[in-house]
Ligand binder design. Structure first.
Ligand code: A3P
Length: 288
């Protein structure tokens, strides 16, 4: 019988997957030297991380498709906190793009002294929960999620990867980063990808023509990414990620929670999330 500790590493109160994190990788992240022209996409898991790993190299390279066709997503835009970064960091060319699931307080000292830019993507937590539920079923290096109801309890209590969704969102919304940070939602990207890409490229001061923006949007559509072996996680051995149980790029839609939440679960979920955010002086871009 396996226990949570077989799957999770506890790091300063945060649960991280043992498969991709270890003490050395977390030290490496803390000692990582950010450069002023770095960009880091910050997401709570299942909020659009892989999407940003596709969009950012294209925006930063003027729409050149070479990196997204030749380099796997976890090497082209690596996770700050994962073991892989130390192995490939020397191969990254500036301007570098990274991703992280860290809450703000976990960012290393060099992040704070640099001018590195942040793109914070948030997704409706109801859809995050559903996406995460399926991800736990297919990722054999994660604990079985149990029933959807049980998993909802774990999610609301923060006994899941990277802790509570509300803590993560609060930490970045309240970070005083001025014009170094840009906020966008998964829902905005799903509704109008070309406009979202234009806003991202403006934030990164990359001047892109309308043709290039549309080329990038076409390449970053759900269908196109699902067909890209460099982005769809099909290169990960089945013993780690079993796409027969659920593909990594699963549905790519907004509002799938409606197919999963009972009316009782909806009340329970929204009351917990709303209560935890009621004292905050920011509002969510959607009502729960
Ligand atoms: P679903 O499970 O709801 O389909 P992350 O990369 O942060 O782990 O998030 C994964 C979620 O983002 C999955 O959601 C995945 O399908 C979705 N996703 C990834 N690329 C996407 C795209 N191009 N368009 C829409 N959704 C995308």
């Amino acid at each position: 019988m396996s226990s949570s500790e077989d799957f999770f590493l506890e790091y300063q109160g945060l649960l991280l997957p043992r498969e991709t994190h270890c003490a050395e990788s977390l030290n490496f992240a803390q000692e990582f030297t950010f450069k002023d022209d770095d960009v880091v996409a910050v997401t709570y898991p299942k909020s659009g991380t892989t999407w940003m790993q596709e969009i950012l190299p294209l925006v930063l390279n003027g729409g050149d498709l070479t990196p997204v066709h030749t380099v796997v997503n976890w090497d082209r835009v690596p996770w700050l906190e994962e073991t892989r970064l130390a192995k490939i960091v020397d191969k990254l060319t500036s301007p570098r793009a990274l991703v992280t699931h860290f809450p703000y307080s976990f960012m290393p000292p060099s992040f704070h002294t640099s001018k590195a830019k942040v793109i914070n993507v948030i997704r409706n937590p109801k859809d995050v929960l559903v996406s995460s539920y399926y991800f736990h079923q297919m990722a054999n290096f994660l604990e079985d999620p149990g029933s959807f109801d049980e998993f909802m309890d774990k999610f609301l209590e923060g006994r899941v990867l990277f802790g509570k969704w509300t803590d993560h969102v609060k930490s970045w919304r309240c970070a005083e980063l001025g014009d170094r940070i840009f906020f966008i939602t998964y829902e905005e990207m799903a509704q109008d990808l070309p406009t979202s890409i234009r806003r991202i490229s403006d934030f990164l001061c990359c001047s892109l023509s309308e043709d290039v923006i549309h080329k990038i949007a076409k390449h970053c559509s759900f269908e196109s990414m699902k067909a890209n072996t460099m982005s769809n996680f099909s290169l990960v051995p089945k013993e780690y990620m079993d796409s027969d149980k659920s593909p990594f790029l699963r549905k790519g839609v907004t509002g799938d929670w409606k197919n999963h939440f009972s009316s009782e679960q909806l009340v329970r979920f929204t009351s917990v999330i709303n209560k935890e955010l009621e004292e905050e002086n920011f509002s969510l871009p959607w009502s729960l």
